[in-house]
Design a binder for this molecule. Structure first.
Ligand SMILES: [Fe+2]
Ligand SMILES: [Fe+2]
Length: 245
């Protein structure tokens, strides 16, 4: 039983005008590359963590084709919402179309064998920034918000994160958290979100959201104050899921 992660799939099977190739040729039919690597490495009894930005769809009915595409791949999948997941309406509504092998985290936790998984989307934080590692911004990374509303959303997300953390099984062999936005700076200096992860004994945190990270940099994959951090945005991983456990 292995644990894998890959985030920011940005699928668009029912919204082809949202194809990712406009963000660079590396994104050309990126879903086929993901699928190839996924099938090669992931087994039916493995767990796959998808930390948000799953589909470009605007409603659940449109997202169904994207969810079905993920659902047919091997493994049990756990998802959280990213900032581009506008289709993510209520859990109740999503569950009407959600394939059996997929599970959602929102103010709750998911238990799989002796592993407990929690998570929350988070948001841009004024505590840290990654702009120095990103070659160009554009619509995937853009921030267009005043500091005060950004702060408000971030504060609310921390409450959601803690709601989820409270439901992690303290006896689990491994406690894993997914956030869409990074919960910590690249320096791994203390942050509010990281303090929560430490307080609840989280072992591993995977996140996504950061696209177009400059090549050749070693970001994350390191353990700090008990938590190992992994950036899992699919373009950062060259569209190949990484094994985290
Ligand atoms: Fe993304
Ligand atoms: Fe994102």
């Amino acid at each position: 039983l292995k644990i894998w992660a890959i985030a920011d799939l940005h699928l668009s099977f029912t919204t082809p005008n949202k194809g990712m190739e406009k963000f660079g040729t590396k994104w050309l039919q990126h879903y086929d590359i993901i699928k190839k690597h996924w099938i090669e490495s992931i087994a039916e009894d493995d767990l796959v963590l998808i930390a948000g930005d799953i589909s470009w769809a605007m409603r659940v009915s449109e997202a169904k084709a994207d969810l079905d595409w993920i659902g047919e791949l091997p493994g049990t999948k756990v998802l959280i919402r990213g900032n581009h997941d506008f289709w993510w309406e209520s859990l109740k509504k999503i569950k009407t179309v959600l394939p059996e092998s997929m599970h959602l985290i929102q103010n709750n936790a998911f238990h799989w064998n002796d592993i407990s998984v929690g998570g929350a989307r988070l948001w841009d934080s004024d505590e840290y920034s990654f702009s120095e590692f990103i070659d160009f911004s554009g619509p995937l990374n853009e921030v267009d918000q005043d500091k005060e509303s950004q702060q408000k959303i971030f504060d609310r997300e921390l409450i959601r994160l803690e709601n989820s953390l409270k439901q992690l099984d303290p006896k689990a062999k491994s406690r894993i958290v997914m956030t869409h936005y990074p919960p910590i700076a690249n320096s791994l200096a203390p942050s509010r979100a990281a303090s929560l992860l430490e307080k609840y004994g989280v072992d591993i945190c995977v996140f996504g959201h950061l696209h177009n990270i400059r090549k050749g940099l070693t970001l994350f994959g390191e353990k700090k104050r008990g938590v190992t951090y992994h950036l899992t945005a699919c373009d950062y991983l060259d569209f190949k899921p990484i094994q985290i456990g």
